[in-house]
Design a protein around this ligand. Structure first.
Ligand SMILES: NC(=O)c1ccc[n+]([C@@H]2O[C@H](COP(=O)([O-])OP(=O)(O)OC[C@H]3O[C@@H](n4cnc5c(N)ncnc54)[C@H](OP(=O)(O)O)[C@@H]3O)[C@@H](O)[C@H]2O)c1
Length: 323
């Protein structure tokens, strides 16, 4: 089978398409023939070794000091079960699935091995392969931070960066939770963010967000658009600033409360099977739909990375691995 390898850190042209042995499922594992995957901000961060300040040493220790320890990137996928290992009962060959290997990655390949009890679920009826591949990266992050931020019906939430993979999921899932959602984006994406359900859309190039008159119970910052000190001015008492794109500084800062019970919440998103299943359920109901910006052929993986590198992608960038 073929897989894309990042044998070094660097620009998209560091990626190489290599031939490797097709894996064989061991007991309890399933082999999935990948139909679609995505290139997301996590893939590009690892490929480029673009680690935030304060995370350079820790990040390299975790990801690989001089090259990625896991050279096959790709956090999410959809596909069809090709074979199952001994003892597998949840899945059978021929069934359509979607999966979120998440930090373990490996989805930028023609085949992927997954534990049957791992982050994989049946693709619901009516959800296509491209959508299935794009459900989890933004979706699980949004569900994690909605949970940690205790976002409830009737609360007001400001999403900073409403057009990205995480931001567009935050807008849709925040609305589903019953929040009143305002979201920032550039002029070209106002309609898209509105279509995802935002009650108010704000062009951050025309409006100084830090000087908004409105106050919010939750600010979900998906693009490091402000810091906690600025966020405090826009939060109601007991308000929560979700530093989704935060670094070590935000994680340490989240350990103590600000004035009037205002809090910063940061850290890696959960990778929970319950969230993965829930995203599929919502997609089948038409209540959550990741926006697909562009679909690239598998052979064009470096071009897909280059598009993500611009920092301007809308929603998800999908790579079609098989028809
Ligand atoms: N905590 C976690 O576990 C976790 C998990 C996933 C992702 N993340 C982090 O979350 C961040 C977002 O990820 P993503 O995948 O959603 O990124 P993305 O899809 O690449 O974000 C691109 C979007 O950001 C928007 N944007 C950029 N600057 C902006 C600004 N100043 N104000 C408003 N919008 C802006 C752009 O819209 P315009 O063109 O309209 O500006 C574009 O649509 C990344 O830093 C990623 O590392 C964290």
């Amino acid at each position: 089978m073929k897989a894309w390898f990042a044998r070094d850190y660097g620009r998209p042209d560091v990626l190489r398409l290599e031939e490797v042995a097709k894996p064989v499922p061991k007991p309890g594992e399933i082999l999935v023939k990948v139909h679609a995957t995505t290139v997301n901000s996590g893939d590009r961060r690892i490929r480029a070794c673009d680690l935030p300040p304060g995370m350079k040493t820790l990040g390299r220790l975790a990801l690989g000091w001089s090259r990625p320890r896991q050279p096959v990137l790709g956090t999410e996928l959809s596909g069809v079960v090709e074979a199952v290992g001994q003892g597998v009962t949840r899945f059978s060959p021929g069934e359509a699935v979607y999966a979120f290997p998440g930090g373990r990655m490996g989805a930028h390949a023609e085949y992927v091995l997954l534990k049957e009890t791992g982050p994989v679920a049946h693709l619901p009826e009516g959800v296509d392969m491209q959508t299935g591949a794009a459900l989890c990266f933004g979706g699980t992050t949004a569900l994690t931070f909605l949970r940690r931020g205790a976002v409830r019906a009737g609360q007001s939430m400001l999403v900073l960066g409403g057009a990205g993979a995480v931001g567009s999921a935050m807008v849709q899932l925040g609305k589903l939770a019953g929040a009143h959602v305002a979201a920032t984006t550039s002029a070209g994406n106002l309609d898209l963010v509105r279509a995802h359900g935002a009650d108010t859309v704000i062009d951050y190039q025309k409006t100084d967000i830090a000087r908004l008159a409105e106050r919010f119970e939750v600010i979900a910052d998906t693009v490091e658009a402000m810091d906690f000190a600025t966020a405090q001015k826009l939060l109601t008492p007991n308000g929560r600033y979700l530093a989704i794109a935060g670094t070590l500084k935000e994680m340490l800062g989240s350990l103590r409360k600000g004035p009037e019970g205002k809090r910063m919440i940061a850290g890696p998103a959960d990778e929970r099977i319950e969230d993965i299943v829930e995203l599929g359920r919502l997609a089948a109901l038409g209540q959550y739909r990741p926006h697909i910006d562009k679909i690239y052929a598998f052979t064009d993986m470096p071009a897909a990375h280059a598009h993500v590198d611009t920092g301007r992608k809308r929603g998800s960038v999908v790579v079609q691995v098989a028809q």
